[in-house]
Ligand binder design. Sequence first.
Ligand code: CTP
Length: 405
Amino acid sequence: MRFSTLSSKKILLGVTGSIAAYKAVELVRELSRQGASVTVVATKNAGEFIGAVTFHAVSGSAVYTDLFGMPAEPAPHINLPRQADAVVIAPATANFIGKMAHGIADDLLSTIVLAAQKPILVCPAMNSAMYEHPAMKGNLEQLRKYGYRIVEPETGPLACGDEGPGRLAEPSTICEAVKIVLEKKDLQGQKILVTAGPTEEPIDPVRFISNRSSGKMGDSLARVAKRRGAEVVLISGPTCLSKPWGIEFVPVRTAAEMYKAVLSYFDWATIVIKAAAVADYGLSTVLPQKLKKGTPDLSLKLTRTPDILKELGKRKKRQILVGFAAESKNLIAEARRKLQEKNLDLIVANDITVPGAGFGFDTNQVNIITADGEVFDSPLLDKEEIAYIILDKVLEVLQRSRGKS
Ligand code: CTP
């Protein structure tokens, strides 16, 4: 990817003494892969799980463990956070969170936390009984009051054999949380409804009609909008993607379910982006039993599903409406027709015959057309980069519409 929120960002990663410390190694790699430079500060107990040599190897930087004894850095508790863009504590143990909540500074990392005037993210990892203890809840509440971001642990099997909340969030989730903290907030105040993925129109209990949409374009739009400060709701048909962190996620299956969900959020939204590939036809009555093979040919009577975007176009008051048009011929003419027919402010057209563009790919190449007739052609880029470009154009349309009113 050519562009990343984490490019040239400096992350100070504090690692404390949990079995999940091994995941911090993966986190360093993920942050570095996305362009950040990472400096690790490990507590004495973290060293019981992962040696400094490992962190040095993956980060390419010196690893700090002590307040004293590194002549090149006379006051590391002041200088390290000063040089960083954000401080991430992952994994954060119950003990370390307790120390943070009470302002205890008895080693390098806890002293850094007190001295840091940068965003601090705390990623707890511990046994579920410890995580659910009232003392822990109170301590986390205290950290929230200090303005620290908590990246909640996941629920699942724990290293101790128990099952419950307490697993350190995945490195990709922690990276996303760091991006949310560091991205410029030019969509602050906007409420963005994004739809993504295909819909599935059932035929019988085992079969359905659907399409090749992976949901990646809508997922990228939702994540990037969240990073840029918007409140985001993502309504998605069935995909293999995990629910994006920090975003209200509404899973749906059919076009009718998507229609209902979209309309229930429409009055709330200031911007609606309909990236979903909604199936245009389905069976009006789903067969209650599995369809058995018999005759050599089979005809199914399909009926139109509701055109969600067209309905929004009719109901639109102050919202900015963004549609998508995936075409295999007459790209611009078809996109313009849909823009007008559905009363849109902007349409994102893509030619599905271009290699690497559209359904199922990680990349896309789009033509963005505004209601004023402007056409912007993007190069073939990662879908996340395309999401930044689409949201830039939405912002332009929004600013223009504000200027008019
Ligand atoms: N759309 C929708 N509801 C539908 C069909 C489409 O909301 N039942 C939305 C899509 O999310 C997309 C836009 O309308 O933003 C255009 O979708 P597309 O399938 O390309 O266009 P259609 O209007 O269905 O026209 P056609 O299938 O004839 O190309």
